[in-house]
Design a protein around this ligand. Structure first.
Ligand SMILES: O=C(O)CCC(=O)/C=C/C=C(\O)C(=O)O
Ligand code: FE2
Length: 312
């Protein structure tokens, strides 16, 4: 089997609080490059690693990661709502193969996902139902988080299992690099917010609109330099991309949750999706990073990256 990987940052603020046209043009060029890479590779299956932002997973039960045999998007921040085109048979096979390799994988037969999953499918494939996909939630927001080494182990096991399928498989990662958006935190939350984070009551349209407005305001403050949130950290982001490019994935085993949050912000843990995807690709054989784009985009609250890689 041949395999490939694409990493793509997501942001709920794309199209809502855009940076200057020259920045947008550079992002568009990088994204178009990723689309061309995918068209040329012509994947038969996409394994999509992505986080959730309290739309599908709540503290009532919060697994470190979870593979879906069926999934539905909520349609937040203007992304599509409805079913993802999950390849259920492949998902079940990959789940079993991952469990057989000693990873305590949670499996969902009806996963709820948000823009973290929907946006890369829309941006790269034109919709959430265009390509056979196996969605894999990777917790990148809700502490406590498992050691990064376990995410690498998940990616490795799943990559080995995918190799046995014998299909052209694209491992796709969705996540910002360093960034500190206003995602609620359970510790110290007022009772009403804490209850929502634990129980996961679906927000009313008014509540969702209010939350989305809060994120837009935060993006405006980030861009204006008036935000108290942790700034984007290009040096940290490029260190991560360097390790991915050189295949130095074991380096991540010593990265700690505390240091990642301090250097990259509360949502820097979304890079776990990238680490999982590149570990999956590495499990199929040596690889080469064929393109790499990075730009700090405060208006999107994102250390924004696009990268493509292919097995040699
Ligand atoms: O506060 C809310 O109601 C929603 C917050 C939210 O979903 C923010 C998401 C931000 C990202 O996905 C990101 O920057 O990666
Ligand atoms: Fe996110």
């Amino acid at each position: 089997m041949t395999a490939a990987a694409v990493g793509l940052s997501h942001s709920p603020l794309i199209g809502k609080n855009d940076p200057a046209p020259d920045v947008l043009a550079r992002v568009d060029e990088a994204v178009e490059g990723a689309r061309e890479f995918i068209r040329a590779y012509d994947p038969e299956l996409v394994v999509l690693y992505a986080p959730d932002h309290y739309n599908g997973f709540f503290y009532k039960e919060m697994p470190p990661f979870c593979l879906a045999t069926e999934a539905h998007a909520v349609g937040d921040f203007g992304t599509s709502a409805g079913p993802l085109s999950v390849d259920t048979a492949a998902a079940r096979t990959l789940a079993q193969g991952t469990l057989d390799r000693g990873i305590d994988l949670t499996v969902s037969a009806r996963m709820t996902v948000d823009h973290g999953f929907a946006q890369p499918l829309e941006v790269l494939f034109g919709g959430i139902d265009r390509v056979p996909v196996v969605p894999v939630f990777v917790n990148g927001v809700a502490t406590p988080l498992c050691p990064v080494a376990r995410i690498r182990a998940l990616g490795t096991a799943l990559g080995e299992a995918a190799a046995e399928l014998g299909r052209r498989t694209l491992f796709l990662a969705s996540g910002g690099l360093s960034h500190d958006p206003p995602v609620p935190v359970l510790d110290g939350a007022p009772p009403r917010v804490a209850e929502a984070l634990v129980e996961g009551h679906p927000p009313t349209p008014e509540q969702r609109a209010k939350g989305e407005q809060r994120v837009i305001r935060a993006g405006q403050e980030y861009a204006a330099g008036t935000s108290a949130m942790i700034p984007i950290n290009p040096a940290w982001d490029n260190r991560l991309l360097d390790h991915l490019e050189k295949g130095e994935l074991t380096e991540f085993d010593s990265w700690t949750v505390a240091a990642m949050a301090a250097e990259g912000g509360g949502s820097a843990h979304e890079v776990r999706a990238w680490i999982a995807a590149f570990a999956s690709l590495a499990a199929t054989g040596p690889y080469e990073m064929t393109s790499r784009f990075y730009e700090a985009i405060p208006a999107w609250i994102a250390g924004f990256a696009v990268a493509t890689a292919q097995g040699r």
